[in-house]
Every structure is written in C-alpha cells, then in structure tokens.
Design a protein around this ligand. Structure first.
Ligand code: HEM
Length: 467
C-alpha cells in the first residue's frame, strides 16, 4: 500500500524480462518518464525502488541518510563477501569503524613515510616510460591503465608495486576481472532472482572459487606483514590495520584478520576498474576534443613551468584542468547505478511508504545527465564546471561518488590519481585519434562500472615542455 508505482511484475521473474539486462539504463529512464522520479521494479519476488534525479536522490541518501544506508542481503555479492569488510557490510558499528579507519589511513600521510602522492607519482613514471616507447605510434591503453591503477592499490595495501608482466599482478587482476565479469552478467542476475538454482554447479560458482583464492592471497600477505613489521611504524594499509588491532585488544573489537582479508579485497575491487575506466574515458574524449586537450596543456605548462613534477595542490591553480576532469567523470558516469542500498527501517520518500529491507537503486545517471541541472547535459563540455569568470565551480548534481554516509570512501585517492595522471601525461604527450580509427564510439560496455570500448591511442612526445 502506497508503495511507489511501477510496471506490473510477473510471477518468478518479476520485471526482469522487461529490462534489457545488457544495459538497463535506457529502460530505467523510460520507466521514470512514465512512473515518476521514485518508482518500483521487482527482481523476482524482491521489490526494489529506483531513485531518479537530484531531488529524490538527496532527500533519500542525504536528508534521510540512515534510513537508506543499508546494503542488501541474499545477493551473490553479499554471499561472496560474507558481508565483511566495508562495501557490502551492514550499516552498523563494524562498518562505521572500518570506514572511519580507511578514511583516516588513506589521507596523504596516514600510510607512514611514503606519501600517497609519492606512490601515485612513482606509478605514473612507469606508465610514462612505457608510453615514451610508443612515441609516433598507436597503442591500446586498456591493460596498461588497469595494471597501473591496480599497482597503486597494491602499493597502498601491501607496500609493493609489481612489474607489469609480473605473474602475481597478472594473477590477481585475472581473478578480480573474472569475478567482475560474472557479477555483471546474467548468471549473477539469475542467482539473485532464483534462490532454488544457487547450489547447482553453474558459472556463478566460479565467483566463490575465485574469492577463496583471493582470500588465500590476502591471508599470505597478512602473514608476511606480521613477520616483518615494526609495531608503530606502518609501511602500508595492512601494517596500519595490524597496529589498530593491537591497540584495540581482543575484548569484543570489530577489528580482526577475517575482516582485514575482506577489506583488502574491497579496496582492490573498488579502486581499480573505477579509476582505470575513468582514465580510459578521459583519453577517449581528449583525443576527440583536441581544443580541450590543448587548453589543458597550456594551463599545465603555465603553472608547472620548469618543475620536475606536478603536485595535487596545483589543482587550485588549474581551474580548466579541474573542470575537464570533473566533466570526464560526469559524462563517463563510471558507476551508473551506484552500489545497491537497502532501507534500514520503514520510511517515507516523496509521499510514498517504503518498508524496511527494500532494495534501493540509485540511478546516478539520471542526476549526472539531468537536463535541469547542467548547461550542456548531453555534450562533453568543461564549461559545465566553469562560471562566467572562468573559475571552477562544482554543481550539486555532480555525484559520481554518490553522497551521504555510504559515499565512496576512496574519493580523495581517486581525485588525486586522476589529477596527477592526467596532468603528468598531458604535459609530456599529445594524444591523437588515429586517422584510420573511424568515428569514435562513446557508448560504453555496461556493468557495475561502465567500460569504454577498446580503442587505439596515438602517442606523440611534446617537445616544448620542461624535461
Ligand atoms: C573514479 C573513481 C571512483 C568512483 C567513480 C567511485 C564511485 C563509487 C560509488 C558510486 C560508490 C557507491 C556509494 C554508495 O553506495 O552510495 C562507491 C563506494 C565505495 N568506493 Fe568508490 N569510486 C571510485 C574510486 C574508489 C577508490 C580508488 C577506492 C579505494 C579506496 C574506492 C573505495 C570505495 C569503497 C570502499 C566503497 C564502499 C563505501 C561504503 O559502503 O561505505 N572507490 N564508490
């Protein structure tokens, strides 16, 4: 009663057959036009409420934050993660303490002697060296950016980066990618909708197999850290966590090794595809908007002069580059439906009643492209983030990291990575769309994260910049 309206579900499948599971974004847009900013759909027998547009989004996840801050149970992802760590952890003390710990630790100087900025710049230097070898040629940046983003996370978690052809790095990337592929595909949807098939040996069982291997790798890393650490002198995230465990003692603390194992996997999975897909989208748009690329390069050259490298603080002097990066994030819409939420109690939203434990889907796409919120909602145009005086401004509808208490906890790290990568690479190279590449295809591959289709990138060393 008084539940948000939506299309009529059918037995067993709910509304599943009415959605294009390869990419439901357009269908959700049409349903919102028909049923309003807050509407319902059914995954099998499970009801879900979809939030569309800035007003509904803010009212739910910011104003009524606690009511909407849960995570769903009984899905493939919640079973695979056992609801430990932070991403799929229930709203409660353990989630809150773990989240606070990561926010503190990921701050620039939280990880011991080597700052976050140093770790990122170190990785960028390897990417630069590889790109220099492609001078005058074209290359596919897909795996390079993925490995670089993964390596930054390895450096933060384990204190080590790996060569790009290192077997360990390739192995963990393969495991994460395989799981992401299944979690994004129809097998996960069937697992979530039809509980009776869960024990059958279908491809979704691979997720649990891969998870066991990833947990074994994390446990190994923890064991190695325990034997080489100096308490109070952390080298990385694992050391910081072990220090925190010691500080808290054994008396009922929420911090333990099983949580740490899952936390390591959480940070890796959340921090890799997101960053590398945003970089891929950035270069796709920059190559095809050479005017935007040139204007960024002008600003970067003017601010950095002869300096050896950029620092994150330079962002304050680069309003146009800032606007370009935010515009890339807006148009690339990397996490289009956020991570699913759940209501923690019976609540109300925009006049509707929503019971406790209802699945909540944040259609972030509908905010990032909302026509009433943006000067140029459907074009790639950094002016969306510039005022009349050419100063950088961030509209409220910019929420690629979501908002409210569950908002992305890696935002600071992601923004630092994107800024340092883009500034360093645009300073050193010009990127050109190869003549034989045809028209660019901006339509991404749908998943929990949107991935730009593979493309080729022309690389030219710029000669007039400081060595
Ligand atoms: C461009 C890069 C990124 C984007 C667009 C992004 C976006 C998001 C979004 C939309 C959510 C869901 C928020 C919600 O449920 O309301 C999220 C959650 C999360 N992100 Fe990110 N993210 C990015 C990078 C990162 C990085 C680098 C890390 C690594 C530390 C990270 C760690 C997390 C974690 C741990 C959560 C779960 C937070 C919670 O449940 O409390 N993310 N992210």
């Amino acid at each position: 009663k008084n539940f948000p309206p939506g299309p009529q579900p059918i037995p067993i499948f709910g509304n599943l057959l009415q959605l294009n599971l390869r990419n439901p974004i357009k269908d959700l847009e049409k349903l919102s036009e028909r049923y309003g900013k807050v509407f319902s759909i059914y995954f099998g027998a499970r009801p879900a409420v979809v939030l569309n547009g800035l007003q509904a989004m803010k009212e739910a996840i910011v104003t009524q934050a606690v009511d909407f801050a849960g995570r769903p149970s009984g899905l493939l992802v919640s079973h695979a993660t056992e609801k430990r760590g932070v991403i799929f952890a229930d709203y409660g003390p353990s989630w809150r303490e773990h989240r606070r710990f990561a926010l503190m630790t990921l701050r620039n100087f939280g990880l011991g002697k080597k700052s976050m900025e140093d770790r990122i710049l170190e990785e960028i230097s390897y990417v630069t060296t590889l790109l220099e070898r492609s001078d005058g040629k074209s290359m596919n940046p897909h795996t390079l950016f993925h490995k670089a983003a993964s390596n930054i996370i390895c450096s933060i978690l384990f204190g080590t980066r790996y060569e790009y052809d290192d077997e360990f790095l390739q192995h963990i990337i393969h495991l994460y990618m395989d799981n992401t592929k299944i979690a994004n595909g129809p097998w996960a949807m069937l697992y979530d909708t039809l509980p009776m098939i869960r024990r059958i040996p279908l491809p979704f069982q691979r997720v649990f197999h891969n998870m066991n291997e990833l947990k074994r790798i994390s446990a190994d890393q923890i064991a190695q850290h325990k034997s080489s650490r100096v308490p109070g002198e952390p080298r990385d995230f694992i050391d910081c966590y072990l220090d925190e465990m010691e500080k808290r003692g054994n008396g009922g603390s929420n911090f333990d090794e099983r949580q740490l194992i899952m936390y390591i996997l959480d940070i890796h999975v959340a921090g890799t595809d997101t960053t590398s897909n945003t970089l891929l989208a950035a270069f796709l748009y920059l190559m095809n908007h050479p005017d935007v690329q040139a204007r960024c390069q002008q600003e970067i050259d003017a601010v950095l002069g002869e300096r050896a490298h950029a620092s994150f603080e330079d962002k304050h002097k680069m309003p146009y580059v800032q606007a370009m990066i935010h515009e890339v994030q807006r148009i690339a819409n990397i996490v289009p439906l956020s991570v699913f939420h759940r209501t923690t109690k019976d609540t109300q939203l925009m006049g509707y009643d929503i019971p406790k434990d209802t699945l909540i889907i944040q259609n972030l796409t509908s905010v990032l492209y909302e026509e009433s919120q943006w000067k140029f909602p459907h074009d790639f145009n950094p002016s969306n983030f510039l005022n009349e005086q050419g100063e950088f401004v961030k509209p409220e509808a910019f929420m690629p990291f979501s908002a409210g208490p569950r908002m992305c906890l890696g935002e600071g790290l992601a923004r630092m990575e994107l800024f340092l990568f883009l500034v360093t690479l645009l300073r050193r190279f010009q990127f050109v769309w190869p003549e034989d590449a045809g028209e660019p295809d901006y339509t991404p591959i749908f998943g929990v994260t949107l991935t730009p289709k593979p493309y080729s990138m022309g690389v030219r060393l710029r000669c007039h910049q400081a060595e």
